[in-house]
Ligand binder design. Structure first.
Ligand code: CP
Length: 299
């Protein structure tokens, strides 16, 4: 992974993922290091974020680096018509690493081709969210002791989900048995490109699952109605205590956040002992420390 960009999880292999997960486990034991003390990291968020931006910025600071950037492009020269190309070329002159979240699929790949420093994708449209997949795999390995052979059901708005795409690829690469599930209108058309089975039957997806990951309905990316009502969606695809009681006793419940409580996940399940949502948040810092360290010039 050294000194390259991280645009998509598909650019890397199993050995790279393990390098990040092992390095992240080390950072979790020793969270404050001085390994990026000479580095300036730019966080360019063209789309809203809470945990990804703050965990990246926490990770930089724990490594002794410094952060510049913006959380709202409306207050930058983008609002005056400056292009992404010019923005990236300019920021390359200030920063040693650039972290970008952008609403357009492919924008971060484009930025990585223009930048003179490594670029990390913090989410581009529905395309990719590689550090989310890495932190999700770290969390599962931490809770269940392994990845290979585990069944993971990812349920929700698959069509608009960069988390589903990155996790499907990453988990399959790690030998996990992934199934994607959602309403037919929220499944991509060419599901074979995802490389894992896809179904609209939630009971089939949940059968024998070791891990269940719920996804939010991304209303901000939808221009027309894709299901009859929130209540119907909740009843068919949501996980509540009744549905949880039918799953494996030690099932792990995940959600990348933000959670729409009472829609895809009942509050009492989100806050139950099965839920690892806050572990995902914690591991997000360690995984991002590992990625920053490896891409930023660590040995
Ligand atoms: N999981 C995730 O990307 O959350 P944010 O949108 O809050 O960064």
């Amino acid at each position: 992974m050294h000194n390259r960009s991280l645009v998509s999880i598909t650019d890397y292999n199993q050995a790279d993922y393990l390098e990040v997960l092992d390095r992240a486990a080390g950072f979790e034991k020793n969270p404050t290091q001085n390994l990026l003390s000479d580095k300036l990291v730019a966080t360019l968020f063209f789309e809203p974020s809470t945990r990804t931006r703050l965990s990246f910025e926490t990770a930089v600071q724990r490594l002794g680096g410094r952060v510049i950037g913006f959380a709202d492009a409306a207050y930058t020269s983008v609002s005056k018509g400056e292009t992404l190309k010019d923005t990236i070329k300019m920021v390359s002159n200030y920063a040693d690493l650039i972290i970008i979240r952008h609403p357009l699929e492919g924008s971060v790949r484009y930025a990585s081709e223009i930048a003179s420093v490594p670029v990390i994708n913090a989410g581009d449209g529905w395309h990719a969210h590689p550090t989310q997949a890495l932190l999700d795999m770290m969390t599962i390995r931490q809770k269940l002791g392994k990845l290979e052979g585990l069944k993971v059901a990812i349920i929700g708005d698959i069509f608009h989900s960069r988390v589903a795409r990155s996790n499907a690829w990453g988990m399959k690469t790690m030998g996990m048995d992934v199934v994607l599930c959602g309403p037919p209108t929220l499944l991509p058309q060419h599901t074979e490109s995802l490389g894992v089975p896809v179904t609209d039957n939630v009971d089939e997806a949940l059968e024998g699952a070791d891990v269940v990951m719920l996804l939010r309905l991304q209303m901000e990316r939808q221009s027309s109605a894709t299901f009859p009502s929130i209540r119907e969606y909740r009843d068919r695809y949501g996980v509540d205590l009744d549905r949880l009681s039918k799953l494996k006793e030690n099932v792990v419940i995940m959600h990348p956040g933000p959670v729409n409580r009472g829609v895809e996940l009942a509050s009492n399940v989100a806050d139950s002992e099965c839920s690892v949502i806050l572990d995902q948040v914690t591991n997000g810092v360690a995984v991002r420390m590992a990625v920053l360290y490896l891409l930023g010039g660590g040995e």
